[in-house]
Design a protein around this ligand. Structure first.
Ligand code: UD1
Length: 419
């Protein structure tokens, strides 16, 4: 098993580029397989194990998908003919639900394991299933898998109970080849949803309104391959900014869309950090932070995927911070490990963390339980004195590309070791 070994206490300094957004790349790679003919060329695809697993699932279904250059993925799906996704692979990642939308649209049949992903709450897929049913599929859960079929998807009006990124993407994928028009109400407005719509439209789809709560998809008879560049990963970029803030550092993250980081920048500004934005970079210059309050919300609110990293950065802030989680019901498990590092974090009810800033954290052995929890422990380890060893690196590399190398480039004393 691999672990990160961190000698904390260094201020991060320098420049680092953002990679492509994981949560945009996943549905876009699946959407590329909607084309019966032609090749899609997708650039800025990050190298994560979640992406590798998804590509392996598509290959097992008959899709040709291969990297033709650094971060350039070619997808040709003329050979897509199998409707049963490999169980072990699909059960490992959340994004395997997109395979249901794809295969119902392309083949009219699907069998795909219920998804895995992070241990941050129940994460049901009931909205996905109801949405696919609204489009005319018959779906049921049998022996741990979603089993579905249809004589042809038909456009429909569907209200999504809560703004759900996954449901919105899945139904956009399915509805693009359905007969007639689909309206998604209370759709997610995340930039990753917009990026998927941009790609689908480049493939010949007719998706309108992405980025608003109301998305209309006019189904088309066929889609073709297209060229696309994945947007930058705002969560990875935010993780670097929070790591810089936690270590009183000065870091520029470039190759980003600053607009996507506005709410984080506003919070960090309130916490006393200096933030400067150019057209494609964000620079943070921080001394010791002040305590702040934050509440996670769907975009454009504060992202739940930056909540653990924010709490980690606030552990040494001056005063008492209150951080409320509203998107997932169980996303504070990692705070036990922050306490191990000397943080004073108390969970009230299930959804609120009270973080009392301490003068210093001290290194300790801890374990990453999911991608963002792992990133939070890395941030805490960087700002702690002494040595922190973080096991469970396999969770972190599901969503961060060369995290330790990028942090080392910023001056962190971090390396990968066998644990
Ligand atoms: C995606 C992201 C994840 C991010 C999350 C919220 C991917 C691969 N993952 O996850 O990193 O944290 O958006 O921004 O893109 N829900 C249901 N039933 C459903 C679907 C969702 O009850 O069928 C609930 C969830 O439990 C959660 C809320 O709706 O409480 C929002 O979840 P959703 O936006 O769907 O998250 P994911 O798409 O799984």
């Amino acid at each position: 098993m691999l672990a990160y070994h961190i000698d904390g206490g260094m201020r991060l300094r320098g420049d680092v580029p953002a990679s492509g957004a994981k949560n945009a790349a996943l549905p876009i790679i699946v959407a590329a397989a909607l084309a019966r003919e032609g090749e899609s060329v997708i650039e800025n695809v990050p190298s994560h194990t979640d992406i590798a697993d998804l590509i392996a699932i598509l290959q097992a279904l008959g899709v040709e998908a291969r990297f033709t250059g650094p971060r350039v993925l070619s997808v040709s799906a003329a050979g897509l003919e199998r409707h049963v996704a490999p169980y072990a692979l699909a059960s490992r990642l959340r994004a395997s639900t997109y395979i249901a939308g794809l295969l119902l649209a392309r083949l009219g049949r699907v069998e795909v394991a219920l998804p895995g992903g992070d241990a941050i709450g129940a994460r049901p897929i009931d909205f996905h299933l109801r949405g696919l049913e609204a489009l005319g599929a018959r779906v049921l859960v049998d022996r741990g898998a979603v089993v579905g079929q249809t004589d042809g998807l038909k456009g429909a009006r569907f209200f999504i109970d809560r703004q759900s990124v996954g449901t919105t993407c899945n139904l956009m994928i399915a509805a693009s080849l359905a007969q007639g028009t689909t309206s998604l109400e209370n759709a997610a407005r995340e930039p990753e949803v917009v990026d998927l719509a941009t790609f689908l439209n480049a493939m010949g789809a007719r998706v309108h309104g992405a980025g608003t709560g109301f998305i209309r998809i006019e189904g088309v008879g066929k889609l073709h391959g297209a060229h696309h560049e994945i947007i930058p990963d705002r969560i990875e970029a935010g993780t670097f900014l929070l790591a810089a803030a936690a270590t009183s550092g000065r870091v520029t993250v470039h190759a980003v869309i600053p607009e996507h980081l506005r709410v984080l920048a506003a919070k960090l500004h309130l916490a006393g950090a200096h933030i400067r934005m150019t057209a494609d970079s964000v620079t943070l210059d921080a001394h010791r932070l002040f305590a702040i309050d934050a509440r996670t919300e769907p975009y454009p609110g504060f992202p739940t995927d930056l909540q653990p990293q924010l709490v980690a950065a606030l552990c040494r802030a001056d005063g008492v911070s209150v951080v409320e989680e509203t998107v997932f019901e169980n996303r504070f498990g990692y705070t036990n490990d922050l306490v191990r590092l000397g943080g004073q974090v108390r969970i009230v009810g299930q959804n609120t963390a009270i973080v009392t800033g301490v003068e210093d954290l001290s290194g300790a052995p801890v374990t990453a339980s999911d991608i963002r929890a792992g990133a939070a422990l890395v941030i805490a380890g960087l700002s702690a004195h002494g040595t922190t060893e973080i096991s469970g690196v396999q969770h972190i590399v599901r969503g961060y590309e060369r995290l330790h190398e990028k942090l080392a480039h910023l001056g962190a004393a971090i390396r990968i070791v066998e644990s």
